[in-house]
Each structure stands twice: as structure tokens, then as C-alpha cells.
Write a protein that binds this ligand. Structure first.
Ligand SMILES: Nc1ncnc2c1ncn2[C@@H]1O[C@H](COP(=O)(O)OP(=O)(O)OP(=O)(O)O)[C@@H](O)[C@H]1O
Length: 235
């Protein structure tokens, strides 16, 4: 589905991706983790064509994405910070995104799922952070694409909404989708991720499932296992 080879990206003197290799063949939930500034968003944006790598190849569903755009139709993306005009009403925004994308959408089901009916006629800048994030989730999931990329999807969500998101992601996985996710909420990652990809110094430093991570770091607790990856004696 996604194959990345020898990916390099610098911003000025700062090397962010340094020969990164990643192969995602399987359906399922893949968590991209790493310390702040390790390049998670840069990697995601490279896959989306929003960042142009200096070197390397990204192949999605058998096609090299360099200078192509149509492949993006097959990706649903939740950005870390969605910056829509605050004076738009929720329903207007949903309609606008549907018109732009020009694909069938299942927004009604998701509006019901996140109980957003009372907010449809409200302006975005009048919503709480968590409600805004639910709107962003509707915009992301309504197109039913085979590859879903979620940058910090739990941001602003209360525990109930977090549980709803978890169920939604798991349901999408059961449909055979591939879901790439970044999150700083380790409980959430441990519960949903089939595979952990840990970025450090521009490369994939660890790639495996939760129990492999615990074994390789000698830690029973997931959060401690991640901390161990970062600790001096392990790196
Ligand atoms: N457009 C840009 N111009 C200059 N520097 C950038 C740009 N985008 C990202 N960077 C820098 O690249 C590094 C990696 O950023 P990135 O957002 O990919 O990290 P991240 O792993 O997603 O971080 P976080 O966990 O804090 O969200 C950071 O040092 C950041 O400041």
C-alpha cells in the first residue's frame, strides 16, 4: 500500500528525514511515534505531497507519487491543526468540503455518531475545541477512502469521544483499511495500534508491535517502553 525508500528532507540546515525506509503492506493501524520535532508530521505531509522530499521515493498502491496528484483522492487526512474560517457554519463547511472533493460522502452517519446535529447551524469559532475536533473527524472519515492519515486525532477529545474515536478507527480497520496515526496519548496508541513505528534522528528506530516493543526494551508498561527507547543507555 505505502512504500517509502531512502527519504531525505532538510529544512535549511536542519535534517529532519535522513534516509527513512518504511513499508506498509498490510491493512491495520500503524502508529508513527517519536519525540517532538522528530519528523512525524513531515513524514505524513511527504506521503500527502504537502512536503516535497529532497531525495527518495514514495510509492502508493504501486505508483510513485512524484509529480502526481490524483492518488490523494484515495487518502483521507486529519491535519494536526485544521484551520478553517471561523465564521463558516458547520453544515456549510461539510457541504463545501464535499463539493471540493466531489466524491460520495457519508456525513449523516458520522454526524449522528458524534451527536453533532445541535451544532450544524453554529459557526466554527463558537464551538469548543473538542466539538471542533469532532467536526474535523466527520470531514476526514466521510469519504471512506482506503488509506486514512490521522495527525493527533485525540486532540481536545473527552474520554467518551476518545472511546468513540477508537471504535470508529477499529471499524474502519475491519473494513480492510490502512490507518496511519500519530498521537501523544500513549494509552490510546497502546489500545489501537497493530504496529509501532518509532522515528529518531530521521530514520525508523523501532518497527514492531506493542509486545515486541515491550520485550525489546524489557519494559512491561508501554509508556515506559517508549521512554526507554529515548533513554541514553538504549539509544
Ligand atoms: N516548513 C518548515 N520549515 C522549517 N522547519 C520546519 C518546517 N516544518 C517542520 N520543520 C521543523 O522540522 C522538525 C520536524 O517537525 P515535525 O513537525 O515533522 O515534527 P513532529 O515529529 O511532527 O513534532 P511534534 O511531535 O512536535 O508534532 C521540527 O524541528 C520543525 O521545527
Amino acid at each position: 500500500m505505502v512504500s517509502i525508500h531512502n527519504l531525505h528532507k532538510k529544512f535549511g540546515p536542519l535534517t529532519v528525514l535522513n534516509g527513512l525506509e518504511l513499508d506498509i503492506k498490510e491493512q491495520g493501524i500503524i502508529a508513527v511515534l517519536g519525540p517532538n520535532g522528530s519528523g512525524k508530521t513531515t513524514l505524513i505531509k511527504s506521503i500527502l505531497g504537502m512536503v516535497v522530499p529532497d531525495k527518495g521515493d514514495i510509492v502508493i498502491s504501486g505508483n510513485n507519487i512524484r509529480k502526481r496528484w490524483s492518488y490523494r483522492q484515495e487518502i483521507d487526512y486529519l491535519p494536526q491543526i485544521a484551520n478553517f474560517p471561523g465564521n463558516l457554519k458547520v453544515q456549510e463547511l461539510i457541504t463545501m468540503i464535499k463539493d471540493l472533493r466531489g466524491k460520495p460522502a457519508r456525513e449523516a452517519e458520522l454526524i449522528e455518531y458524534f451527536k453533532l446535529q445541535p451544532f450544524l447551524d453554529k459557526k466554527l469559532n463558537k464551538l469548543s475545541g473538542g466539538t471542533q475536533q469532532k467536526v474535523n473527524l466527520v470531514l476526514c472519515f466521510m469519504f471512506d477512502s482506503p488509506l486514512i492519515i490521522l495527525d493527533e486525532p485525540t486532540s481536545g477529545l473527552d474520554p467518551v469521544a476518545m472511546l468513540q474515536l477508537r471504535k470508529l478507527i477499529q471499524r474502519e480497520k475491519e473494513k480492510g483499511k490502512t490507518i496511519l496515526i500519530t498521537s501523544h496519548i500513549m494509552n490510546f496508541v497502546e489500545e489501537v495500534a497493530d504496529r509501532i513505528v518509532f522515528l529518531l534522528e530521521g530514520k525508523i528506530y523501532f518497527d514492531g508491535n506493542v509486545s515486541e516493543l515491550k520485550t525489546s526494551t524489557g519494559q512491561d508498561d508501554f509508556e515506559h517502553a517508549i521512554a526507554k527507547l529515548l533513554s541514553e543507555d538504549h539509544v
